[in-house]
Write a protein that binds this ligand. Structure first.
Ligand code: NDP
Length: 460
């Protein structure tokens, strides 16, 4: 009989934690899980899933317009934000109970409340103390609110999912995933959207062609993007309107109905006893882990956003499964973080895998870059001015495709397939030997011919 109450105690019932607990239980381990909000975590409750539902909703506005070119005529369609939010909430409730059901069926007890580590093997949840052979921290992250006067008037993505009405004019602060996704959602649903970003171009870290192309397309859809711009204060006027002082921007003051800060996320490590028991945290509060997701305390592991590595649900799920397999499955499984594809569900969306051009140049010195920009067939009849951009980056020496990037309709769906080829290390010739599917946008990835040679200019 084990001296512990359970083999694995998971803190946080999000994607990574739930996967770890279920895989552990599958190996016969006794697992428990604590959650202080709702089972499902950020992705299901106030992240990927509801965000994508809102993005679908936003796209209908264009679909109705585009249908006219195809012979459809109809009265002006009307949109109800409260109805969308109600329907979204119903779906999220359904998914959350599926997650709870999966845990229950695997024999995993769910403890409601905030868990705190007392020592490397003891966890307290409310009045209850539980001992565990291993602890897995999977507490996720929360939106960061920059400290500026009037920040209490701003919302984050958490509140954006719960707004009672659609704001007429919204300012979004930030230029990352959340900022550009919500800019597309609000603009598509009819709001006047201004995006204020402090840097030179949105989506820092993405390929430069992706960044500039998306900027242009978002502009065409009515999103006003201010670069090198920052908010210095937010005031609420007597009539309820928000007055925002924009620093470093010719705009000056901006009047709007809502301000949303999308300025990054902070790992949820405060107040759960981690530093007290010796778990090392990085400068941003993330749990420092090795390639097996083990922290500086041997019985404590961490996965997902709380580790401040790649904050993506499928990565957290991989990490959760790897930890459970390492601890209870008899095989040590490191997590492979190379060539992780990702998408930004902007309007139009972005899909990307592998290296950006500048990363590839740094790594290989000499590249062949294939790029195309075209108006998709669909928009010949719709009349919409929208362009798709696709790009392959090839290491000139090995001929391996080391990066694939796309901005345009269905980019996430298309890049998921291309990602298999990039992960497998296939060459440009192998891409070319694959027959395209016609007529699709995706076929461009196997028919790109015009290349540009790019060399690294060595600096002495
Ligand atoms: P990101 O890190 O992507 O973007 C944060 C943005 O806020 C950046 O533009 C950053 O600017 C800016 N910023 C940071 N601090 C300040 C500040 N003090 N004042 C002004 N601007 C500031 O964070 P997100 O919250 O958008 O997303 C968090 C993570 O969640 C992502 O990195 C991603 O991993 C994940 N995610 C994934 C999605 C998907 O897969 N589709 C969707 C949403 C989130 P700068 O660039 O100059 O640092």
């Amino acid at each position: 009989m084990s001296k512990f109450d359970c083999d694995l105690f998971v803190i946080g019932a999000g994607s990574g934690g739930v996967r770890a607990a279920r895989i552990a239980a599958g190996f016969g381990a006794r697992a428990m899980i604590a959650e202080n909000y709702r089972v499902g975590g950020t992705c299901v409750i106030r992240g990927c899933v509801p965000k994508k539902l809102l993005a679908y909703a936003a796209h209908y506005a264009e679909d109705f317009q585009d249908a006219r070119g195809y012979g459809w005529s109809h009265a002006n369609p009307a949109f109800s934000w409260p109805e969308l939010i109600r329907n979204k909430d119903r779906e999220i409730g359904r998914l959350s109970s599926i997650y709870s059901g999966l845990l229950a069926r695997s024999g995993i007890a769910i403890l409601e409340g905030t868990a705190r580590l007392i020592d490397p093997h003891t966890i307290e949840v409310g009045e209850r103390r539980v001992s565990a052979r291993y602890v897995l921290v999977a507490t996720g992250a929360h939106p960061f609110r920059p400290p500026l006067p009037g920040i209490e008037h701003a919302i984050t993505s958490n509140e954006a999912f719960e707004l009672r009405q659609l704001p007429g004019r919204i300012l979004i602060v930030g230029g990352g995933y959340v900022a550009v996704e919500f800019a597309g959602i609000f603009a598509g649903l009819g709001a006047m959207v201004t995006l204020s970003y402090r840097g030179e171009q949105i989506l820092r870290g993405f390929d430069d062609d992706v960044r500039s192309h998306l900027h242009e397309e978002m502009g065409r859809k009515g999103v006003r993007i201010l670069l090198r711009s920052g908010v210095s204060r937010i005031d609420r006027r007597a009539d309820g309107v928000l007055e925002v002082a924009l620093a470093g921007s010719p705009e000056g003051n901006l009047a709007c109905d809502a301000v949303m800060v999308a300025t990054g996320r902070i790992p949820n490590t405060a107040g759960i006893g981690l530093s007290e028991i010796g778990v090392e945290l990085d400068g941003e509060g993330g749990v420092v882990v090795d390639r097996y997701c083990r922290s500086s305390v041997v019985s404590v592991y961490a996965v997902g956003d709380v580790t401040n590595r790649i904050a993506l649900t499928p990565v957290a799920i991989r990490e959760g499964a790897a930890v459970a397999t390492t601890l209870f499955g008899g095989t040590s499984v490191p997590v492979d973080h190379a060539d992780v594809p990702s998408a930004v569900f902007s309007q139009p969306p972005v899909g990307t895998v592998g290296l950006t051009q500048s990363e590839a140049l740094e790594a290989f010195g000499e590249l062949e870059v294939y790029r195309t920009t075209f108006r998709p067939l669909r928009h010949t009849l719709s009349g919409r001015e929208e362009y798709t951009m696709m790009k392959l980056i090839v290491d000139a020496a090995s001929q391996r495709v080391v990066g694939a990037h796309m901005v345009g309709s269905d980019a996430p769906e298309i890049i998921q397939g291309v990602a298999i080829a990039v992960k497998a290390g296939l060459t440009k010739a192998q891409f070319d030997s694959t027959v395209g599917i016609h007529p699709t946008a995706a076929e461009e990835f196997v028919t790109l011919r015009d290349k540009e040679l790019v060399h690294r200019t060595e600096t002495v």
